[in-house]
Design a binder for this molecule. Structure first.
Ligand code: HEM
Ligand code: HEM
Length: 425
C-alpha cells in the first residue's frame, strides 16, 4: 500500500464503518471461500485415496461453516443496515449493489450445492469436523439412481459456481481498489478499520447477534439431529435364527476370542489391504470324533454373527466408506451372519468343509467354507479361507473392480480369513 493511503485523508475519517460483527463475518467468510476454492481445485487434481478423502472432509466441514456464518451474516445485515455509501456515480453504486446481492446468494448457494452433492454420494459420510453426521436429511434414503443423478448434477453446478465467485471477486476487489487509490474515499477502511485508514465508528454496535447466530445454530442442530435419527439402524424383520437355540447334539466349542481372528483381504487400486472384524460372536457345535465322510455331514452347527459396522482396516477412509449404503449399508443392515445350513463335512482327519449361507445386506448367498482343524486335547485350532466376489453380494456396486482412468477401484475378490481357537466344553 502507498504511504498516501487514507489516514490523513479527511474524507476517510468522515466515513462510517461497518459494525464489528459485519466486518468479522465479511473477512472470515471471504478468507474461507478463497481457501475453499483453492483447495477444491487442488483436491480435484488429486488421486482418489485416503489423502484426498481427508482433504475433502475438511473442505466439507469448512464449507458448512461458511454456510452457517452466511446465515448469521445475512440475518445480521437485515437487522443492521450498512453505513451510507460514499458519493459515487449512480452506475457504480448500482453495480456494487448487484455484486453484493449476487455474493449474498452465492455464499448460501455454493455450500448448499456442495452439501447436496455430498449428501447424495455413496462414497463417504459427511461429518462436521468428524463429529456429527450432517448429511442433508432425506437425500441418503433416496434410491441409488436418483442419488447418482443428484450427485453428478450438483457437482457440475458446484464447480461452475466457483468460477462465478472468482469473476465477482475480480470485480469486487477491482472496485475496492479503485475507491482506495483513485477516489481515495476510504471505502476499504469501512470494512477494515485501522488497516487502510481511520473511519468513524458505527453509530452503535448493532443488534440482533443472538438472533443471527441463533438462527445459524438452529439450522445446524436441526440438520444434525434429523440426519442422526434417519441414520438410526433399522431392525430387519427377517432376522436370522436366534443364538440360543440348540441346533445339534454335538459337543459345544467355546471360542477364545483373544486368540481368534476374523479378517479379510482385498485389493484397492492395485495394493493389497487387510481388514479385521474386531467384534463377532460364534456359536459352534461339532462332533470331531465322527468318521470321515464326504457325503454325510458330521453332527454339528455353526453360526457366526458379525457387526459389520465395527470393521477395521487401519485406514479411516475405508472404515467410513465401507459402512455406507453402497457398501455394507450398516445403518440398515448392522449385522452379517454366516450360518451352517447344509452341514459340516469331515473330509479327513484334518480337513473339513462347512456349507452354509452368508447373509449380507439382507440377502442370502450359499457359501462353502473349507477349513482345517488341529485338535490338541480339548483345544481346537481352526483355519479357513474363502474368497467371495463382492459384486455378487451387492457390496460396492458403484465402484469398479479394475483400473479405469483415475477412478477408484476395488478388486471383486475379497478373501475372508478365519482363525479360531476354541475349547471343547
Ligand atoms: C469471496 C470473497 C468475498 C465476498 C463473498 C465478499 C462479499 C461482500 C459483500 C456481500 C459486501 C457487501 C456488504 C454489505 O453492504 O452488505 C462486501 C463489502 C465489501 N468488501 Fe467484500 N467480499 C469478499 C472479498 C473481499 C475482498 C478480497 C476485499 C478486498 C478488497 C473486499 C472488500 C470489501 C469492501 C471494502 C467492502 C465494503 C464496501 C462498502 O463499503 O460498501 N471483499 N463484500
Ligand atoms: C463456500 C463454500 C464452498 C466453496 C467455495 C467450494 C468450492 C469448491 C471447488 C472450487 C471445488 C472444485 C470443483 C471442481 O472440481 O471443479 C469443490 C469441490 C467439492 N466440494 Fe466444495 N465448496 C464449498 C462448499 C462445499 C460444501 C459445504 C461441501 C459439502 C458439504 C462441498 C463438497 C465438495 C465436494 C465433495 C467436492 C469434490 C467434488 C469431486 O471432485 O468429487 N463443498 N468445492
Amino acid at each position: 500500500m502507498t504511504a498516501d493511503a487514507a489516514p490523513s485523508n479527511p474524507v476517510a475519517s468522515t466515513q462510517q464503518r461497518y459494525t464489528a460483527v459485519a466486518i468479522a463475518l465479511h473477512w472470515a467468510i471471504a478468507l474461507m471461500i478463497i481457501g475453499l476454492i483453492a483447495i477444491g481445485w487442488i483436491m480435484d487434481g488429486m488421486k482418489p485415496g485416503p489423502d484426498q478423502f481427508a482433504i475433502i472432509q475438511l473442505h466439507k466441514s469448512f464449507g458448512i461453516t461458511v454456510l452457517l456464518l452466511s446465515v448469521a451474516r445475512i440475518a445480521w445485515r437485515l437487522m443492521n443496515p450498512p453505513p451510507a455509501e460514499p458519493p459515487m456515480p449512480k452506475w457504480q453504486s448500482l453495480a456494487s449493489k448487484a455484486v453484493h446481492i449476487l455474493f449474498y446468494i452465492l455464499i448460501i448457494a455454493m455450500p448448499l450445492t456442495g452439501w447436496i452433492m455430498a449428501s447424495a454420494s455413496a462414497d463417504a459420510p459427511t461429518r462436521y469436523f468428524n463429529l456429527v453426521d450432517i448429511r442433508l436429511p432425506g437425500i441418503p434414503t433416496l434410491d441409488a439412481d436418483t442419488r447418482h443423478g443428484l450427485e453428478e448434477g450438483f457437482e457440475q453446478v458446484h464447480s461452475n459456481l466457483a468460477w462465478v465467485i472468482v469473476g465477482l471477486l475480480v470485480l469486487h476487489v477491482a472496485g475496492a481498489l479503485k475507491h482506495h487509490f483513485i477516489d481515495k474515499d476510504g471505502l476499504i477502511a469501512r470494512m477494515a478499520p485501522g488497516l487502510f485508514g481511520r473511519t468513524a465508528g458505527p453509530p452503535d454496535d448493532g443488534q440482533g447477534a443472538v438472533w443471527a447466530f441463533g438462527a445459524a445454530a438452529l439450522v445446524f442442530a436441526a440438520v444434525a439431529g434429523l440426519s442422526f435419527t434417519t441414520a438410526t439402524p433399522v431392525a430387519t424383520d427377517d432376522a436370522p435364527a436366534s443364538e440360543d437355540v440348540a441346533h445339534s447334539n454335538a459337543p459345544v466349542w467355546a471360542v477364545d476370542y483373544g486368540k481368534s481372528k476374523l479378517g479379510f483381504r482385498f485389493i484397492y487400486m492395485g495394493t493389497p489391504y487387510d481388514g479385521t472384524f474386531p467384534e463377532w460372536s460364534a456359536q459352534i457345535q461339532l462332533d470331531t470324533d465322527a468318521d470321515s465322510n464326504e457325503h454325510i455331514p458330521a453332527d454339528g452347527y455353526v453360526r457366526v454373527a458379525i457387526p459389520v459396522g465395527k470393521l477395521s482396516t487401519g485406514e479411516q477412509y475405508f472404515d467410513d466408506s465401507l459402512g455406507q449404503g453402497d457398501w455394507f449399508d450398516v445403518a440398515k443392515y448392522p449385522e452379517a451372519v454366516f450360518e451352517v445350513k447344509g452341514g459340516i463335512y469331515k473330509l479327513d482327519e484334518r480337513n473339513y468343509e462347512a456349507t452354509g449361507v452368508l447373509r449380507i445386506k439382507g440377502a442370502d448367498t450359499p457359501v462353502r467354507l473349507p477349513f482345517t482343524l488341529d485338535i490338541a486335547g480339548t483345544t481346537a485350532t481352526m483355519h479357513g479361507e474363502v474368497t467371495l466376489r463382492r459384486l455378487d453380494l451387492g457390496v460396492g456396486a458403484a465402484t469398479t473392480t479394475e483400473p479405469a482412468g483415475d477412478a477408484e477401484w476395488v478388486g471383486n475378490d475379497v478373501t475372508v480369513v478365519i482363525d479360531i481357537v476354541a475349547t471343547r466344553q
